[in-house]
Design a protein around this ligand. Structure first.
Ligand code: C5P
Length: 215
């Protein structure tokens, strides 16, 4: 049992990276709750930029406009459930490839990471670019067919239609775009702990992440 005067279990930045539907978002939320740390889902920033482009009627190919949207992104609007859709994820991965967009979002992420006490931050380039000195880095992966099934379950739980083959194809396309882009591609930091959740349910995945953070 812990008392209010007990020292915190962890202080510092925990950086989680990995492809879509690997489990990193849920693990990040659970770690944040356990350690009483603020959590930033950086994918939402890129989703927000994609949505702002759509709202302005701008073509996603317009890098200069995307950079403007990133520079004036209103982070208080990022709890809109529409940002969680499959198409918002695809749009995000297009605008995320522009160096100007990434540069504009870097300060928001670094400011968040600099909060006293620390933070839990998840995304694609957190351990490599945003917080290279993070105290703990975890790279979460899972086979794409398992990730597609998880995403399909999530969508059908929200009442959305979910065609497994289409979901897998969309994940593969997004993975490819995220891995092959020239700026901040998705890759495992060499100093990250690798957590493959292919054969793990969420409880076991969280338990492994906690064991790593506290070891
Ligand atoms: O994590 P999520 O699926 O919400 O991310 C949406 C997209 O945003 C990713 O596919 C990726 O292109 C981009 N992203 C990124 N860097 C991050 C977080 C997300 O490029 N740190």
């Amino acid at each position: 049992m812990s008392a209010a005067s007990d020292p915190p279990l962890f202080v510092g930045v925990i950086a989680l990276d990995g492809p879509a539907a690997s489990g990193k978002g849920t693990i990040a939320k659970r770690l944040a709750a356990r350690y009483g740390l603020p959590h930033l889902d950086t994918g939402l920033l890129y989703r927000g930029v994609g949505a702002a482009m759509r709202a302005r009627g701008a073509a996603l190919e317009n890098a200069a406009e995307a950079a403007r949207c990133a520079a004036c992104l209103d982070t208080s609007t990022l709890d809109d459930p529409a940002l969680r859709s499959v198409s918002a994820g695809q749009d995000a991965s297009i605008v995320a490839a522009y160096p100007e967009v990434r540069a504009a979002l870097l300060k928001v992420q670094r400011d968040f990471a600099a909060r006293p006490g620390g933070a839990v931050i998840d995304g694609r380039d957190i351990g490599m670019v945003v917080c290279p000195t993070a105290k703990r880095k975890i790279f979460v992966t899972a086979d794409v067919d398992v990730r597609a099934k998880r995403r399909a379950l999530e969508l059908s739980a929200r009442g959305e239609t979910a065609d497994l083959a289409q979901i897998q194809a969309a994940l593969e396309e997004r993975d490819r775009r995220d891995r092959e882009r020239s700026v901040s591609p998705l890759l495992a930091p060499p100093d990250a702990h690798l957590l493959d959740t292919t054969n793990l349910d969420i409880e076991r995945s969280v338990a492994r992440a906690i064991a790593f953070v506290e070891r």
